[in-house]
Every structure is written in C-alpha cells, then in structure tokens.
Design a protein around this ligand. Structure first.
Ligand SMILES: O=C(O)CCC(=O)C(=O)O
Ligand SMILES: [Fe+2]
Length: 307
C-alpha cells in the first residue's frame, strides 16, 4: 500500500515526556466501569473491583501483574496458543461492507507480524478518517473508550473484512473484537495529569491483553516527524519474555538502545496511516510537541470484552 513510513532510531538521552491519558498498560480490553447499583455482581465486575483494589496497593499490584503476565506469556505461551487455536469456540464475526483497504495482503501482514511483532499497513481513505476525527471533537484528556461500539465510522474499521482477515490469519482463530480506544497525545502534559501509573506509555513497555493479540493503530492526525509524537516499536521483542522483563514491564531508552539497537523503529505517516502490532512487543509513544490523535483496535485470541 501507498503509505509513507519512515523507520528510524530514537534520540537517546533525557527522560521521555509523558504524553497520554489512559488507564493502564494491561488495560487494553478494559471496557465500561462497573455499575454499583447492581445487586448481583458479575465475574467481570468482581474482577474490575479487584483490580481497583490492587491499584491502591502498588506492591500487591506488581505481584498480581507479574503472575498474570507470566500465566499469559510465560514459556508455556505457544502451548496455550495451540490449545486455544484447536478448541476455540469464538463466534463468527460478521464483516461490515466491502473493505476500505482491499489491496492489503493479509497473509503477508500476518507473517511479518509473526516474525517481528509489527507490520506497516497503508493509509485509510481520507474521507473515512475525517469522519472518525470529526466524532472525536476538540482535544481532551480522557480517552474515548470503545468507540467501535457507538460510532459507525469506527465500527466499519473494526469489522472491515480485511482487518478481520488479518486478525484471523495472525491469531489463527476467529478473532474477538475486544476493545478500542481513541486518545490524544497532548503537548506539555505532565505525569500527574494522567490517569495512569507514572511513566507508562511514553516509556518503552509491553501490554498483555491475551496469550496472543493484535492491535491496529490508526493515526488520526499527521505524524510526520518526532514533534508529532510518533509511535515506536522494538521489532522481535514479542516472542520471549524473561522473568525480569515480566517483573519490570518498562525499559528505559538507554537500555533499549543497548539491547536492541537497530530493531527500534519509529512509525511516521500522514493522517490515516495504519499499522499492526503484537502488544507484547516493547513499544511507546513519544511525547508530542504537536497534538496527536490515535485510534487503537484490539483483537484477541480468547479474552472477551468486558461488558
Ligand atoms: O501512544 C502510543 O503511541 C503508544 C501508547 C501505548 O503504548 C499505550 O497506551 O499502551
Ligand atoms: Fe502500550
């Protein structure tokens, strides 16, 4: 596809600025908050309350997170992926309309993703991207959660036949359209402004939504240089996680450069540029000097959306 992508290296030195507003790194599939008026508490609500309680006790949260991450992406990950591929009972997902990106080669993207944890896609039609951006309105701090459930323009992307085919190919099962999120990177935003733990998405980290999952990112503003707060990813880091990786989750720039060098990529592209990522690969957003708007859609192997 015709998208313009430039790969580069991160500038070293200096603490990256925090630039975004979202809940947490393993929050990819977090949907609506629990309603307190219900007398019968669903397992999802219980889980969400337990999480809130854990957030208040950082050391306990870290232990719980490490156990969860180890369970999902420990050395047994390939076996579990194989198991879910064989026995998956995910319902068939119906595509909407004809594809916005008919020329993209789904098998090629899936194979690149498998090898590197990252794949460039192309550019979505301008009018469609403008429809999405219009819904978002003026810049705001809070992320828009699950826009694919309420806005047709986002739904048509999440259920686009080609995106579904790519997810199917990569995950090896009928995918679950798990969640979506749109957020602004706001210039000068401080860590205290964020809803999340300090140092989250502007520092290299990985997210664990499932045994295997796929995020489609779509830039809703031009991200043509470093000032626009580009997304960065470290190729090939989705495959294996050591216990120390699972404990730390974050990686400072110097360590990233020392360990991974040229595998660190920066994604530049015009409004509408889309790319794919296995979120267990290390990645980050660069602190933006110009506001950046981005949409992320998460497809999972097994994990269901929180209702
Ligand atoms: O903003 C970006 O480009 C990355 C954000 C991210 O990784 C996250 O919020 O988990
Ligand atoms: Fe992330």
């Amino acid at each position: 596809m015709a998208g313009r992508f430039e790969m580069g290296f991160p500038a070293i030195g200096g603490q990256p600025r925090l630039n975004q507003f979202r809940f947490d790194e393993d929050d990819l599939c977090e949907g609506k908050m629990a309603s307190h008026s219900l007398s019968i508490v669903s397992p999802a609500t219980l889980y969400s309350r337990l999480r809130s309680a854990l957030y208040d006790t950082p050391w306990l949260y870290k232990i719980a997170r490490t156990i969860r991450f180890a369970a999902l992406v420990g050395p047994w990950r390939p076996l579990l992926v194989g198991h879910y591929r064989r026995f998956s009972r995910n319902p068939k997902v119906s595509a909407i309309g004809s594809s916005l990106i008919p020329d993209v080669n789904a098998a090629e993207i899936a194979s690149t993703l498998e090898q590197t944890g990252f794949a460039i896609g192309g550019i979505l039609p301008k009018d469609h991207v403008c429809r999405v951006a219009e819904f978002c309105g003026p810049m705001q701090c809070a992320a828009i959660i699950n826009p694919h459930e309420k806005w047709d323009a986002v739904k048509e992307i999440a259920y686009d036949p080609k995106f579904l085919e790519i997810a199917r190919n990569y995950l090896g099962v009928e995918p679950v359209v798990c969640s979506s999120k749109i957020w602004w990177s706001i210039p000068g935003a401080k860590s205290e402004d964020r809803l999340t733990a300090k140092g989250h998405n502007a520092t290299f980290h990985f997210d664990v939504a499932d045994y295997k999952s796929l995020v489609v990112f779509i830039y809703l503003t031009d991200v043509v240089d470093r000032e626009c707060g580009p997304h960065m990813v470290i190729e090939g880091t989705h495959k294996k996680k050591t216990l120390s990786d699972l404990l730390k989750v974050y990686l400072d720039d110097d360590t990233a450069l020392r360990r991974f060098g040229e595998r660190i990529k920066t994604v530049l592209g015009r409004k509408g540029t889309f790319f794919f990522e296995e979120p267990t690969a290390y990645h980050r957003g660069v602190g933006a000097k110009k506001p950046r708007l981005i949409l992320a859609i998460d497809y999972t192997l097994h994990r269901k959306p929180v209702k």
